[in-house]
Design a protein around this ligand. Structure first.
Ligand SMILES: Cc1ncc(COP(=O)(O)O)c(C=O)c1O
Length: 481
Protein backbone atom coordinates (compact mmCIF):
# COMPACT_ATOMS: atom_id res chain seq x y z
CA UNK A 1 0.00 0.00 0.00
CA UNK A 2 1.46 3.33 -0.98
CA UNK A 3 0.99 6.50 1.06
CA UNK A 4 0.14 9.29 -1.29
CA UNK A 5 -0.13 11.97 1.33
CA UNK A 6 0.49 12.65 4.99
CA UNK A 7 -0.30 15.33 7.51
CA UNK A 8 2.93 15.09 9.48
CA UNK A 9 5.22 17.98 10.22
CA UNK A 10 8.31 17.54 8.08
CA UNK A 11 11.75 17.69 9.74
CA UNK A 12 12.39 20.99 7.99
CA UNK A 13 9.15 22.52 9.20
CA UNK A 14 9.87 21.15 12.67
CA UNK A 15 13.32 22.76 12.58
CA UNK A 16 11.78 26.12 11.67
CA UNK A 17 8.95 25.93 14.19
CA UNK A 18 11.23 24.54 16.89
CA UNK A 19 13.55 27.52 16.61
CA UNK A 20 10.57 29.85 16.81
CA UNK A 21 9.35 28.01 19.90
CA UNK A 22 12.70 28.36 21.64
CA UNK A 23 12.60 32.06 20.76
CA UNK A 24 9.09 32.26 22.15
CA UNK A 25 10.16 30.68 25.45
CA UNK A 26 13.27 32.88 25.70
CA UNK A 27 11.12 35.99 25.07
CA UNK A 28 8.67 34.73 27.68
CA UNK A 29 11.42 34.42 30.27
CA UNK A 30 12.77 37.86 29.38
CA UNK A 31 9.34 39.46 29.72
CA UNK A 32 7.89 37.31 32.47
CA UNK A 33 7.82 40.11 35.03
CA UNK A 34 5.39 42.07 32.84
CA UNK A 35 2.60 39.56 33.42
CA UNK A 36 0.46 39.43 36.58
CA UNK A 37 2.05 36.55 38.52
CA UNK A 38 -1.32 35.09 39.53
CA UNK A 39 -3.60 34.61 36.54
CA UNK A 40 -6.45 37.08 36.81
CA UNK A 41 -9.01 35.17 34.71
CA UNK A 42 -12.43 34.06 35.97
CA UNK A 43 -13.56 30.41 35.99
CA UNK A 44 -14.61 29.35 32.48
CA UNK A 45 -12.94 32.32 30.78
CA UNK A 46 -10.37 30.21 28.92
CA UNK A 47 -12.69 27.35 27.98
CA UNK A 48 -15.31 29.76 26.63
CA UNK A 49 -12.81 31.07 24.09
CA UNK A 50 -12.06 27.62 22.70
CA UNK A 51 -14.14 26.18 19.85
CA UNK A 52 -16.74 23.58 20.81
CA UNK A 53 -15.48 21.12 18.21
CA UNK A 54 -11.93 20.12 17.23
CA UNK A 55 -10.72 21.35 13.83
CA UNK A 56 -11.52 18.98 10.99
CA UNK A 57 -8.70 20.35 8.90
CA UNK A 58 -5.10 21.15 9.68
CA UNK A 59 -4.28 24.53 11.20
CA UNK A 60 -0.97 26.34 10.96
CA UNK A 61 1.46 26.76 13.84
CA UNK A 62 1.04 30.50 13.39
CA UNK A 63 -2.68 30.17 14.10
CA UNK A 64 -2.04 27.90 17.09
CA UNK A 65 0.59 30.22 18.56
CA UNK A 66 -1.65 33.23 18.05
CA UNK A 67 -4.19 31.49 20.31
CA UNK A 68 -1.46 30.64 22.80
CA UNK A 69 -0.70 34.34 23.05
CA UNK A 70 -4.26 35.61 23.19
CA UNK A 71 -6.13 32.81 25.00
CA UNK A 72 -3.68 30.65 26.94
CA UNK A 73 -1.20 33.18 28.32
CA UNK A 74 -3.80 35.19 30.29
CA UNK A 75 -4.75 31.91 31.98
CA UNK A 76 -1.21 31.17 33.10
CA UNK A 77 -0.06 31.67 36.67
CA UNK A 78 3.61 32.37 36.18
CA UNK A 79 5.39 29.82 38.30
CA UNK A 80 8.68 30.79 36.66
CA UNK A 81 8.32 34.45 37.60
CA UNK A 82 10.98 35.60 40.08
CA UNK A 83 8.06 37.20 41.95
CA UNK A 84 6.44 33.81 42.58
CA UNK A 85 6.61 33.08 46.32
CA UNK A 86 3.57 30.81 46.66
CA UNK A 87 3.23 27.19 47.86
CA UNK A 88 6.57 25.48 47.32
CA UNK A 89 8.30 26.42 44.08
CA UNK A 90 8.17 24.27 40.99
CA UNK A 91 11.22 25.80 39.47
CA UNK A 92 12.65 25.26 36.03
CA UNK A 93 15.79 26.28 34.16
CA UNK A 94 17.17 26.48 30.63
CA UNK A 95 19.15 23.22 30.76
CA UNK A 96 16.17 21.43 32.24
CA UNK A 97 13.80 22.60 29.50
CA UNK A 98 16.34 21.55 26.88
CA UNK A 99 16.81 18.14 28.49
CA UNK A 100 13.04 17.68 28.59
CA UNK A 101 12.78 18.73 24.97
CA UNK A 102 15.41 16.18 24.02
CA UNK A 103 13.50 13.55 25.97
CA UNK A 104 10.33 14.41 24.03
CA UNK A 105 12.24 14.38 20.78
CA UNK A 106 13.74 10.98 21.41
CA UNK A 107 10.29 9.81 22.46
CA UNK A 108 11.75 6.90 24.37
CA UNK A 109 9.57 4.71 26.52
CA UNK A 110 11.97 3.26 29.06
CA UNK A 111 9.86 0.64 30.82
CA UNK A 112 12.57 -2.01 30.45
CA UNK A 113 16.33 -1.78 30.23
CA UNK A 114 15.98 -3.35 26.79
CA UNK A 115 13.58 -0.68 25.53
CA UNK A 116 16.42 1.88 25.75
CA UNK A 117 19.45 0.92 27.82
CA UNK A 118 20.62 4.54 28.06
CA UNK A 119 17.34 5.57 29.65
CA UNK A 120 17.87 3.13 32.50
CA UNK A 121 21.61 3.43 32.91
CA UNK A 122 21.74 7.23 32.83
CA UNK A 123 18.99 7.30 35.45
CA UNK A 124 20.85 4.89 37.71
CA UNK A 125 24.06 6.89 37.41
CA UNK A 126 22.46 10.31 37.92
CA UNK A 127 20.68 9.01 41.01
CA UNK A 128 23.96 7.65 42.35
CA UNK A 129 25.40 11.13 41.77
CA UNK A 130 22.53 12.57 43.77
CA UNK A 131 23.12 10.05 46.55
CA UNK A 132 26.70 11.32 46.61
CA UNK A 133 25.59 14.98 46.55
CA UNK A 134 23.23 14.34 49.47
CA UNK A 135 25.75 12.09 51.21
CA UNK A 136 23.17 9.36 51.51
CA UNK A 137 24.39 6.15 53.14
CA UNK A 138 25.87 3.48 50.90
CA UNK A 139 22.74 1.32 51.14
CA UNK A 140 20.77 3.79 48.97
CA UNK A 141 23.12 3.42 46.00
CA UNK A 142 22.73 1.10 43.06
CA UNK A 143 26.15 -0.34 43.80
CA UNK A 144 24.78 -1.63 47.10
CA UNK A 145 21.53 -3.41 47.98
CA UNK A 146 19.35 -0.36 47.45
CA UNK A 147 19.05 2.16 44.67
CA UNK A 148 16.78 4.81 43.33
CA UNK A 149 14.29 5.60 40.63
CA UNK A 150 12.83 8.76 39.13
CA UNK A 151 9.08 8.90 39.58
CA UNK A 152 6.62 11.61 38.69
CA UNK A 153 5.86 12.96 42.15
CA UNK A 154 6.43 12.66 45.88
CA UNK A 155 2.86 11.30 46.06
CA UNK A 156 3.82 8.31 43.92
CA UNK A 157 6.95 7.77 46.00
CA UNK A 158 4.86 7.75 49.19
CA UNK A 159 2.47 5.22 47.66
CA UNK A 160 5.36 3.01 46.52
CA UNK A 161 6.84 3.18 50.02
CA UNK A 162 3.52 2.29 51.67
CA UNK A 163 3.03 -0.66 49.32
CA UNK A 164 6.55 -2.00 49.88
CA UNK A 165 6.15 -1.55 53.64
CA UNK A 166 2.80 -3.36 53.55
CA UNK A 167 4.26 -6.31 51.66
CA UNK A 168 7.36 -6.55 53.82
CA UNK A 169 5.21 -6.59 56.94
CA UNK A 170 2.77 -9.19 55.62
CA UNK A 171 5.48 -11.36 54.09
CA UNK A 172 4.14 -10.46 50.62
CA UNK A 173 0.81 -12.05 51.45
CA UNK A 174 -1.33 -8.95 50.86
CA UNK A 175 -0.36 -8.91 47.20
CA UNK A 176 -1.82 -12.43 46.97
CA UNK A 177 -4.72 -12.55 49.37
CA UNK A 178 -5.64 -8.89 49.65
CA UNK A 179 -6.37 -9.48 53.34
CA UNK A 180 -5.88 -6.31 55.31
CA UNK A 181 -7.47 -4.74 58.30
CA UNK A 182 -4.95 -4.63 61.09
CA UNK A 183 -2.01 -2.67 59.69
CA UNK A 184 -1.46 0.80 61.17
CA UNK A 185 0.57 3.74 59.84
CA UNK A 186 1.80 6.93 61.51
CA UNK A 187 2.35 10.45 60.28
CA UNK A 188 2.33 13.80 62.02
CA UNK A 189 -0.60 16.18 61.95
CA UNK A 190 1.54 18.27 59.53
CA UNK A 191 2.52 15.49 57.11
CA UNK A 192 1.58 16.16 53.48
CA UNK A 193 -1.85 14.91 52.44
CA UNK A 194 -0.26 12.68 49.79
CA UNK A 195 0.58 10.14 52.49
CA UNK A 196 -3.04 9.95 53.62
CA UNK A 197 -3.96 9.42 49.97
CA UNK A 198 -1.36 6.64 49.68
CA UNK A 199 -2.78 4.96 52.78
CA UNK A 200 -6.26 5.05 51.26
CA UNK A 201 -5.12 3.76 47.87
CA UNK A 202 -3.09 0.97 49.45
CA UNK A 203 -6.20 -0.27 51.22
CA UNK A 204 -4.87 0.42 54.69
CA UNK A 205 -7.79 2.71 55.45
CA UNK A 206 -7.79 6.20 56.86
CA UNK A 207 -9.01 4.89 60.21
CA UNK A 208 -5.72 3.02 60.50
CA UNK A 209 -3.67 6.17 60.00
CA UNK A 210 -2.59 7.86 63.23
CA UNK A 211 -1.87 11.58 63.24
CA UNK A 212 0.85 12.07 65.83
CA UNK A 213 0.81 15.47 67.53
CA UNK A 214 3.59 17.98 66.95
CA UNK A 215 5.78 20.03 69.30
CA UNK A 216 6.06 23.82 69.51
CA UNK A 217 8.15 23.80 66.31
CA UNK A 218 5.42 21.80 64.55
CA UNK A 219 7.64 18.71 64.29
CA UNK A 220 6.43 15.19 65.10
CA UNK A 221 6.76 14.26 68.78
CA UNK A 222 8.63 10.93 68.93
CA UNK A 223 7.39 10.24 72.49
CA UNK A 224 3.78 10.42 71.28
CA UNK A 225 4.67 8.29 68.26
CA UNK A 226 5.94 5.56 70.54
CA UNK A 227 2.90 5.82 72.81
CA UNK A 228 0.61 5.43 69.80
CA UNK A 229 2.54 2.41 68.54
CA UNK A 230 2.42 0.73 71.96
CA UNK A 231 -1.30 1.37 72.19
CA UNK A 232 -1.95 -0.18 68.82
CA UNK A 233 0.20 -3.22 69.59
CA UNK A 234 -1.73 -3.71 72.84
CA UNK A 235 -4.95 -3.62 70.85
CA UNK A 236 -3.73 -6.39 68.55
CA UNK A 237 -2.97 -4.12 65.61
CA UNK A 238 0.19 -4.26 63.50
CA UNK A 239 2.14 -0.99 63.15
CA UNK A 240 4.03 -1.05 59.83
CA UNK A 241 4.84 2.41 58.47
CA UNK A 242 5.96 5.88 59.55
CA UNK A 243 6.48 8.90 57.34
CA UNK A 244 8.83 11.56 58.69
CA UNK A 245 9.07 14.87 56.89
CA UNK A 246 12.07 17.08 56.22
CA UNK A 247 10.35 20.39 55.60
CA UNK A 248 6.59 20.16 56.06
CA UNK A 249 4.45 21.95 53.52
CA UNK A 250 2.76 24.35 55.90
CA UNK A 251 5.80 25.64 57.76
CA UNK A 252 8.95 23.71 56.76
CA UNK A 253 9.05 21.94 60.11
CA UNK A 254 11.69 19.23 60.48
CA UNK A 255 10.63 15.97 62.08
CA UNK A 256 13.38 14.50 64.32
CA UNK A 257 14.69 11.74 62.07
CA UNK A 258 17.11 10.01 64.47
CA UNK A 259 14.52 9.60 67.23
CA UNK A 260 11.81 8.48 64.81
CA UNK A 261 14.26 6.13 63.10
CA UNK A 262 15.19 4.44 66.36
CA UNK A 263 11.54 3.84 67.16
CA UNK A 264 10.99 2.40 63.69
CA UNK A 265 13.87 0.00 64.21
CA UNK A 266 12.66 -1.00 67.67
CA UNK A 267 9.16 -1.88 66.44
CA UNK A 268 10.22 -2.98 62.94
CA UNK A 269 8.33 -0.29 61.06
CA UNK A 270 9.21 0.99 57.59
CA UNK A 271 10.55 4.53 57.85
CA UNK A 272 9.90 6.74 54.84
CA UNK A 273 11.36 10.24 54.68
CA UNK A 274 9.51 12.83 52.63
CA UNK A 275 11.94 15.65 51.91
CA UNK A 276 9.99 16.94 48.92
CA UNK A 277 11.33 20.47 48.77
CA UNK A 278 13.81 20.84 51.59
CA UNK A 279 15.84 17.73 50.78
CA UNK A 280 17.56 19.80 48.10
CA UNK A 281 19.16 21.98 50.79
CA UNK A 282 21.15 18.95 51.95
CA UNK A 283 23.39 19.20 48.89
CA UNK A 284 24.95 22.15 50.74
CA UNK A 285 27.39 20.83 53.36
CA UNK A 286 26.10 23.31 55.97
CA UNK A 287 22.53 21.93 55.62
CA UNK A 288 23.40 18.23 55.33
CA UNK A 289 22.57 17.89 59.04
CA UNK A 290 18.89 18.04 58.01
CA UNK A 291 19.26 14.45 56.82
CA UNK A 292 20.94 13.13 59.96
CA UNK A 293 19.01 9.96 60.71
CA UNK A 294 18.48 9.04 57.05
CA UNK A 295 20.76 6.06 57.73
CA UNK A 296 17.85 4.58 59.71
CA UNK A 297 15.32 5.00 56.89
CA UNK A 298 13.98 2.41 54.47
CA UNK A 299 13.12 4.99 51.85
CA UNK A 300 13.77 8.64 51.13
CA UNK A 301 12.32 10.91 48.50
CA UNK A 302 12.77 14.47 47.30
CA UNK A 303 11.68 16.51 44.30
CA UNK A 304 14.26 18.18 42.09
CA UNK A 305 11.11 19.56 40.43
CA UNK A 306 10.54 21.75 43.43
CA UNK A 307 13.82 23.41 44.29
CA UNK A 308 16.55 21.97 42.07
CA UNK A 309 15.93 23.81 38.80
CA UNK A 310 14.49 20.72 37.12
CA UNK A 311 11.08 21.20 35.65
CA UNK A 312 8.05 19.22 36.68
CA UNK A 313 7.90 16.27 36.98
CA UNK A 314 10.89 14.72 38.69
CA UNK A 315 10.83 12.93 42.02
CA UNK A 316 13.81 10.90 43.21
CA UNK A 317 12.85 7.91 45.31
CA UNK A 318 15.63 6.05 47.12
CA UNK A 319 15.21 2.68 48.80
CA UNK A 320 17.57 0.93 51.20
CA UNK A 321 16.67 -2.54 49.90
CA UNK A 322 15.53 -2.62 46.28
CA UNK A 323 14.53 -6.29 46.48
CA UNK A 324 11.54 -5.40 48.68
CA UNK A 325 10.26 -2.76 46.27
CA UNK A 326 10.80 -4.95 43.23
CA UNK A 327 9.16 -7.97 44.85
CA UNK A 328 6.18 -5.76 45.70
CA UNK A 329 5.68 -4.24 42.27
CA UNK A 330 7.10 -6.74 39.81
CA UNK A 331 4.86 -8.59 37.40
CA UNK A 332 6.34 -10.12 34.28
CA UNK A 333 3.83 -10.93 31.58
CA UNK A 334 5.00 -12.96 28.61
CA UNK A 335 5.03 -10.00 26.23
CA UNK A 336 7.61 -8.15 28.32
CA UNK A 337 10.02 -11.07 28.71
CA UNK A 338 13.46 -10.52 27.23
CA UNK A 339 16.99 -11.84 27.58
CA UNK A 340 18.39 -8.88 29.49
CA UNK A 341 15.67 -9.09 32.13
CA UNK A 342 16.07 -12.82 32.46
CA UNK A 343 19.83 -12.51 32.83
CA UNK A 344 19.23 -10.49 36.03
CA UNK A 345 22.05 -8.17 35.02
CA UNK A 346 19.92 -5.07 34.51
CA UNK A 347 17.38 -2.86 36.26
CA UNK A 348 13.93 -2.77 34.72
CA UNK A 349 12.50 0.38 36.23
CA UNK A 350 8.92 -0.64 35.47
CA UNK A 351 9.30 -2.78 38.63
CA UNK A 352 10.15 0.27 40.73
CA UNK A 353 6.91 2.23 40.44
CA UNK A 354 3.19 2.00 39.81
CA UNK A 355 2.89 2.52 36.07
CA UNK A 356 4.56 0.54 33.32
CA UNK A 357 5.64 3.19 30.81
CA UNK A 358 8.15 5.86 31.69
CA UNK A 359 9.67 8.97 30.22
CA UNK A 360 13.40 9.64 29.89
CA UNK A 361 13.36 12.04 32.84
CA UNK A 362 16.97 11.59 33.85
CA UNK A 363 18.05 13.60 30.80
CA UNK A 364 16.78 16.86 32.25
CA UNK A 365 18.33 16.10 35.63
CA UNK A 366 21.64 15.22 33.98
CA UNK A 367 21.56 18.43 31.98
CA UNK A 368 20.85 20.46 35.13
CA UNK A 369 23.58 18.87 37.23
CA UNK A 370 26.13 19.20 34.42
CA UNK A 371 25.13 22.74 33.51
CA UNK A 372 25.28 24.12 37.07
CA UNK A 373 27.83 21.75 38.55
CA UNK A 374 27.32 20.83 42.19
CA UNK A 375 28.87 24.13 43.27
CA UNK A 376 26.53 26.14 41.07
CA UNK A 377 23.50 24.35 42.50
CA UNK A 378 24.75 24.91 46.04
CA UNK A 379 25.35 28.59 45.30
CA UNK A 380 21.77 29.23 44.20
CA UNK A 381 20.23 27.22 47.05
CA UNK A 382 22.35 29.16 49.53
CA UNK A 383 21.27 32.43 47.89
CA UNK A 384 17.60 31.50 48.26
CA UNK A 385 18.10 30.62 51.92
CA UNK A 386 20.02 33.84 52.57
CA UNK A 387 17.23 35.89 50.99
CA UNK A 388 14.59 34.11 53.08
CA UNK A 389 16.63 34.62 56.23
CA UNK A 390 16.89 38.32 55.39
CA UNK A 391 13.13 38.47 54.89
CA UNK A 392 12.59 36.69 58.23
CA UNK A 393 14.83 39.27 59.88
CA UNK A 394 12.78 42.15 58.43
CA UNK A 395 9.63 40.53 59.82
CA UNK A 396 11.26 39.91 63.19
CA UNK A 397 12.27 43.54 63.58
CA UNK A 398 9.03 44.97 62.18
CA UNK A 399 6.57 46.71 64.48
CA UNK A 400 3.56 45.48 62.48
CA UNK A 401 4.38 41.91 61.49
CA UNK A 402 5.54 38.85 63.39
CA UNK A 403 7.07 35.48 62.64
CA UNK A 404 4.69 32.61 63.34
CA UNK A 405 7.00 29.62 62.94
CA UNK A 406 10.74 28.99 62.83
CA UNK A 407 12.20 29.67 59.37
CA UNK A 408 14.95 27.08 59.04
CA UNK A 409 15.48 27.50 55.28
CA UNK A 410 13.64 29.32 52.50
CA UNK A 411 10.07 29.50 53.83
CA UNK A 412 8.91 32.32 56.09
CA UNK A 413 5.56 32.06 57.89
CA UNK A 414 4.44 35.40 59.23
CA UNK A 415 1.39 37.53 59.92
CA UNK A 416 0.34 41.12 60.39
CA UNK A 417 -0.49 41.76 64.00
CA UNK A 418 -4.00 42.98 63.12
CA UNK A 419 -5.32 39.44 62.99
CA UNK A 420 -6.81 36.83 60.65
CA UNK A 421 -9.35 38.92 58.75
CA UNK A 422 -6.79 41.58 58.03
CA UNK A 423 -4.21 39.03 56.84
CA UNK A 424 -6.76 37.45 54.50
CA UNK A 425 -7.58 40.85 53.02
CA UNK A 426 -3.90 41.70 52.73
CA UNK A 427 -3.08 38.50 50.86
CA UNK A 428 -5.96 38.95 48.47
CA UNK A 429 -5.20 42.60 47.81
CA UNK A 430 -1.52 41.86 47.06
CA UNK A 431 -2.17 38.86 44.84
CA UNK A 432 -4.78 40.83 42.89
CA UNK A 433 -2.20 43.52 42.14
CA UNK A 434 -0.28 40.88 40.17
CA UNK A 435 3.19 42.09 41.12
CA UNK A 436 3.90 39.10 43.33
CA UNK A 437 2.16 35.93 44.41
CA UNK A 438 2.26 34.28 47.81
CA UNK A 439 -0.10 32.01 49.73
CA UNK A 440 -1.29 31.19 53.23
CA UNK A 441 -1.64 28.41 55.74
CA UNK A 442 -3.37 27.98 59.09
CA UNK A 443 -1.23 27.29 62.15
CA UNK A 444 -2.85 26.57 65.51
CA UNK A 445 -6.04 28.17 64.24
CA UNK A 446 -4.28 31.33 63.01
CA UNK A 447 -4.31 32.53 59.40
CA UNK A 448 -0.68 32.82 58.38
CA UNK A 449 1.09 34.25 55.32
CA UNK A 450 3.78 32.14 53.62
CA UNK A 451 6.70 33.51 51.60
CA UNK A 452 8.64 30.74 49.94
CA UNK A 453 11.79 31.87 48.16
CA UNK A 454 12.97 29.31 45.65
CA UNK A 455 12.17 30.38 42.12
CA UNK A 456 15.19 29.98 39.85
CA UNK A 457 15.58 33.66 38.99
CA UNK A 458 14.53 35.31 42.24
CA UNK A 459 17.12 37.85 43.35
CA UNK A 460 17.39 40.16 46.35
CA UNK A 461 15.71 42.97 44.41
CA UNK A 462 12.57 40.84 44.05
CA UNK A 463 12.48 40.04 47.75
CA UNK A 464 13.07 43.68 48.68
CA UNK A 465 10.22 44.68 46.36
CA UNK A 466 7.96 41.99 47.87
CA UNK A 467 8.56 43.25 51.39
CA UNK A 468 7.83 46.82 50.26
CA UNK A 469 4.59 45.73 48.57
CA UNK A 470 3.49 43.86 51.67
CA UNK A 471 4.19 46.80 53.98
CA UNK A 472 2.71 49.42 51.65
CA UNK A 473 -0.46 47.43 50.97
CA UNK A 474 -0.95 46.87 54.70
CA UNK A 475 -0.68 50.62 55.29
CA UNK A 476 -3.14 51.36 52.48
CA UNK A 477 -5.67 48.88 53.86
CA UNK A 478 -5.36 50.39 57.32
CA UNK A 479 -5.79 53.93 55.96
CA UNK A 480 -9.07 52.86 54.33
CA UNK A 481 -10.51 51.31 57.50
C1 LIG B 1 6.30 17.84 51.97
C2 LIG B 1 5.58 17.48 50.70
N1 LIG B 1 5.41 16.20 50.38
C3 LIG B 1 4.76 15.83 49.27
C4 LIG B 1 4.27 16.77 48.38
C5 LIG B 1 3.56 16.30 47.16
O1 LIG B 1 4.33 16.61 46.06
P1 LIG B 1 4.04 16.00 44.63
O2 LIG B 1 3.30 17.03 43.88
O3 LIG B 1 5.43 15.76 44.07
O4 LIG B 1 3.29 14.75 44.81
C6 LIG B 1 4.43 18.13 48.66
C7 LIG B 1 3.92 19.16 47.75
O5 LIG B 1 4.08 20.33 47.93
C8 LIG B 1 5.10 18.49 49.85
O6 LIG B 1 5.26 19.76 50.18
Amino acid sequence: MENTQNYHMSPNEFRKQGKLMIDWIADYYENIEKYPVLSQVKPGEIKNQLPDAPPAESESMEQIMADVNSIILPGITHWQSPNFFAYFPSNSSGPSVLGDLLSSGLGVQGMLWATSPACTELETQVLDWLAEMLQLPEKFRSTSVGGAVIQDTASSAALSAVLAARERKTNYQTNDSGNLGNLVAYISSHTHSSVEKAIKIAGIGKNNLRLVEVDENLAMRPDLLETAIKNDVQNGLIPFFVCATVGTTSTNAMDPLPEIGKICQKYELWMHIDAAMSGTAAICPEYRYLLNGVELADSFSFNPHKWMFTNFDCNCFFVADRSVLIKTLSILPEYLKNQATESGAVFDYRDWHIQLGRRFRSLKLWFVIRHYGVNGLRYHIQQHINMAQQFAEWVRTSADFELIAPAPLNLVCFAHKKGDDFNKKLLEAINNQGKMYFTHTVINGRYVLRMCIGQTNTESSHVIQAWEIIQETAKELISKE
